[in-house]
Write a protein that binds this ligand. Structure first.
Ligand SMILES: Nc1ncnc2c1ncn2[C@@H]1O[C@H](COP(=O)(O)OP(=O)(O)O)[C@@H](O)[C@H]1O
Ligand SMILES: [Mg+2]
Length: 218
């Protein structure tokens, strides 16, 4: 499903070149749920950004669903990402001037999904927010915002969800509820999940947990 082959990635910080990955190999099977843990600054978000194609490796290959990113033009990669990947972020990243329903419909519009409104309403129902359709993000609690973000991440039936510390800004109880919802929905759809988390409890819900340190996943 996902293969990373000998990935190399470094950042230029002023005069300094900071190496994040030298020869990273990694693979995830279809429907697998994988947790990634590791200290702050170890490169977890960089890894997700590489997998999403938002940033490019210095060398090496990223292959998702047999498609090698290197072989796509920028516009093709953007379309590929929009169609195949769903994102969930620690800070929710909802569009502030769109209500819950409109936020969830956004990716569906980009992908040209049929009946986006019906699908968005259905998903918001399944995350327990049918009473919040016309609320703006500022009118929602943190847990509610993340439930909207989960619905948004799933509306286009992505093959894979990339989640970067999705419960990091929520209290334990709310985080737990939100994770229950996420895991229930991805199980139902057999969606592959790569989940960055600092919580051992959250990681324990996944089939595999990797530790990222010194550019290696173990
Ligand atoms: N765009 C960037 N330019 C320069 N350095 C960066 C950039 N993004 C991240 N870094 C550096 O790369 C390292 C890994 O960052 P990141 O992937 O965000 O780690 P994590 O998510 O594990 O906390 C950090 O030292 C960070 O400062
Ligand atoms: Mg990070």
């Amino acid at each position: 499903m996902l293969k990373l082959k000998s990935l190399k990635k470094s950042y230029q910080q002023g005069l300094e070149n900071i190496s994040i990955f030298e020869h990273l190999d990694f693979h995830v099977d279809v429907g697998q749920r994988v947790a990634i843990m590791g200290k702050s600054g170890s490169g977890k978000s960089t890894l997700l950004s590489l997998i999403s194609g938002i940033i490019k490796p210095d060398s090496g290959d990223i292959i998702l669903n047999s498609v090698c990113y290197k072989e796509l033009k920028e516009s093709e990669l953007n379309d590929f990402r929009a169609t195949n990947i769903g994102f969930i972020f620690q800070n929710f990243h909802l569009v502030s001037y769109l209500n819950a329903l409109e936020n969830v419909m956004l990716p569906a519009k980009v992908c040209g999904i049929e009946k986006p409104k019906e699908k968005a309403i259905e998903l918001l129902e399944s995350v327990g927010l049918s009473h919040r359709l016309d609320h703006l993000p500022s009118q929602l609690s943190g847990g509610e915002k993340q439930r909207v973000a989960i619905a948004r991440a799933l509306i286009h039936n992505p093959k894979i969800i990339l989640a970067d510390e999705p419960s990091g800004n929520l209290d334990d109880e709310t985080g737990n509820t939100v994770m229950n919802i996420l895991f229930e929905l991805i199980k139902k759809n057999n969606t592959t999940l790569i989940l960055v988390t600092h919580s051992k409890d959250v990681a324990a819900r996944c089939e595999k947990t990797y530790e990222l340190a010194h550019g290696n996943l173990t």
